[in-house]
Design a protein around this ligand. Structure first.
Ligand SMILES: Cc1cc2nc3c(=O)[nH]c(=O)nc-3n(C[C@H](O)[C@H](O)[C@H](O)COP(=O)(O)OP(=O)(O)OC[C@H]3O[C@@H](n4cnc5c(N)ncnc54)[C@H](O)[C@@H]3O)c2cc1C
Length: 301
């Protein structure tokens, strides 16, 4: 471990926790990834307003990790500092508005909104990520994404400054959000609708059982490997199945036998196994169908 990251972080005053040599395999849903040099767990989002400029000044690489459900972390680990927002989970409702810090588990917000008979989030039931991770990738399912509920997002930009993005002025699109690399989403405001709790709860249950039926939770994975091709009637999973990739393995990584757009860790997969399998899928689909797919899983860098 490079001594200056440890020394540098000891110079700053953080009320939260600073951990060293943390295995990323314990922080990603694929259970893959070597050690992170440092993990900073701030108590409040505002602590990042001094930490991030410090990291920029000291030229320390950093990134934010939510629940690790959409990332591929390198086997060699991460040189630099991972920001973990799992203590930044305060939220409140005002009328139909929900204001929340980014580290909270999406599932918890959905349940809390349902208890207040507030509807809008339930189609996201079963996505195993944080609010910040969902906003960063414009997560969605069953044809709706989180951007359709957003009013504003507070984030730290890559120069370390706090900014507010008004969703009405921003261009979110399918699995894509308008934040530059190394932006850190701190809080968001969402507008929900008044609903009936029986209907909200039953659509949550429908979403959950549909995901179970598709086998999403049977093995460790990072969700969809590729975005669906826009403007075509066929999904990435169908394309993968069509070219015979279902069940294909490299090392411990396998294209799920149940879903052609999911790679599972069968027990001892490495990041390199997954990377090679993604490349093979990419190549095979492009060669046999002429369709170029864009990756949805993000490398942790
Ligand atoms: C079984 C399963 C089912 C899934 N189903 C769906 C689905 O239906 N729809 C869907 O869209 N996704 C789905 N996913 C993918 C994933 O759960 C979502 O993309 C989720 O929103 C990621 O949140 P996270 O907190 O885990 O983010 P992470 O995986 O930790 O991070 C993902 C990316 O977002 C960045 N990030 C995380 N937090 C922040 C933040 N606060 N500020 C800035 N950047 C941030 C990270 O740096 C990284 O680049 C699924 C995954 C699994 C394993």
């Amino acid at each position: 471990m490079s001594i200056n990251v440890r020394e540098s972080l000891q110079k700053i005053n953080i009320r939260g926790e600073i951990l060293f040599d943390q295995p990323l395999s314990g922080r990603t849903t694929l259970h893959i990834g070597g050690p992170a040099e440092a993990v900073v767990v701030p108590d409040t989002p505002l602590e990042l307003l001094s930490l991030i400029p410090h990291l920029i000044r000291e030229e320390i690489n950093y990134t934010v990790l939510g629940f690790g459900s959409n990332v591929l972390a390198p086997d060699e680990g991460y040189q630099g500092c991972i920001i973990d927002l799992n203590r930044c989970t305060r939220f409140s409702f005002r009328g139909r508005y929900l204001f929340s810090e980014a580290g909270i588990r999406l599932e918890y917000l959905i349940q809390s909104a349902a208890e207040l008979e507030l509807s809008g989030l339930e189609h996201l039931t079963g996505i195993p990520g944080s609010l910040g991770g969902a906003v960063a990738s414009n997560a969605g399912s069953f044809g709706r994404d989180i951007a359709s509920l957003l009013e504003w997002v507070d984030f730290i930009d890559p120069s370390g400054k706090l900014r507010r993005l008004h969703a009405s002025d921003a261009s979110f699109s399918y699995r894509s959000a308008p934040f530059a690399a190394r932006s850190i989403i701190l809080e968001a405001g969402l507008r929900l609708q008044v609903g009936r709790s029986t209907e909200i709860l039953s659509s949550m249950e429908r979403a959950r059982s549909e995901r179970r039926r598709r086998g999403y939770y049977r093995h460790p994975s990072a969700g969809s490997v590729f975005k669906n091709p826009l403007g075509l009637e066929i999904t990435a999973g169908e394309l993968s199945e069509q070219v015979g990739l279902k069940g294909k393995s490299i090392g411990g990584a396998q294209v799920s036998p149940e879903h052609g757009n999911i790679i599972i860790n069968t027990g001892n997969a490495t990041s390199s196994d997954v990377r090679q399998l993604i490349q093979l899928m990419h190549r095979r689909i492009e060669e046999e169908t002429g369709i170029h797919l864009e990756e949805e899983i993000r490398p942790l860098e």
